[in-house]
Design a binder for this molecule. Sequence first.
Ligand code: T4K
Length: 370
Amino acid sequence: MKKFKNPILVTKPFMPPYEEFCEGLREIWDNQWLTNNGPVLQRYRGELKKYSATDNISLFNNGTLALQIALQGMGISGEVITTPFTFVATTHALYWNKIRPVFCDIEPDTFTLDPAKVEALITPWTTAILAVHVFGRPCKLDALADIAKRHNLTLIYDAAHAFGVSVNGKSIGQYGDLSMFSFHATKLYHSIEGGMLTFKDSGLNQIFSYLKNFGFKNETEVVMPGTNAKMNEMQALMGSIMLKYMDTLVEKRKQVYAIYQERLAEVPGIWFSPEPEPEVTYNYAYVPILIDEQEFGMSRDDLYARLKEYNVFARRYFYPLLNEFACYRSVAVSAPLKVAKKVSEQVITLPTYADLEEDVVHKICDILEK
Ligand code: T4K
């Protein structure tokens, strides 16, 4: 089997038609307004409100700062129960707010926080749960909401991967007290870089506006120690154009996912998560599979390396676990993270993006079968 001539990356950003972006740029040039709540951003915010079916949204220059500001603005402190199986930014956002992460194990089917293991980790210092809809799969929403309510905890979702996902016809951002979406270039939907918060308490709108703009209330008053986390006009333009392609983007990812699943689900040692529940409209943002070394006849890491020989750059999202990174190794882990450990050692995410050709997907499957 021959290697691919050009590298096949785990993902590539969708680029809308060049002319469409250039056309939008004309308005920005004419306005001579590049950032700081410009007209393109304001229009885009309106489009997102409609798309997300909520008035309470706030836009940022990236998802990480959006989450950091969310925690700061909501006054979260002490300890927060969270997952170790995620991108490192989830826990970084806690650390920037001097909050102690308390790592909790995940579910074997969806890789999301296991509600059955959350309660045992609650202490008098616990103020919130920060769960992640990892790979766009919704967390156990009802169970987490129930725990949060009974223990008076704030329920925050890192929905970085979950734009376009809905449950029972409701956008995923309407669950919990607050959700953060990432619009980074590597996401199914992007605004070059970008982030969005959706939240229940409309009072947070003003606080987030202050925090992302240095804390300015007006020219002479600074009311809180804010930072600079504003989305600019070019980002808003890209995001606005991309919204038009959202359905096509999800459909394409779904087709790619279906090919992988059809070709590989029966291969010994390759495991796919069960299909999402019927009430979930899924976005197929990633294609994570687990590799059982014994059955597959090769370890996940060997497979990762062998794929590279064919010019296929799959990724081990998310490995290592966050508590294994040097900067978080000193965080005490009070309950075993058995499932998370196993998943992080077996997971590999396969290439998926809008212009990935079907015959390339088939060839990747041939390589995996071989
Ligand atoms: N929470 C979660 C759960 C997240 O997954 C993330 C981000 C965040 C929070 C934070 O949100 P942001 O602050 O990023 O908005 C990538 C992304 O940079 C990161 O946004 C994402 N999660 C994470 C899962 O993936 P890397 O370090 O893997 O990126 P990189 O540069 O290796 O790129 C991945 C692949 O994409 C490569 O094969 C190259 C290709 N690529 C990348 C870019 C940027 C392109 O083809 N074109 C491009 O423009 O983190």
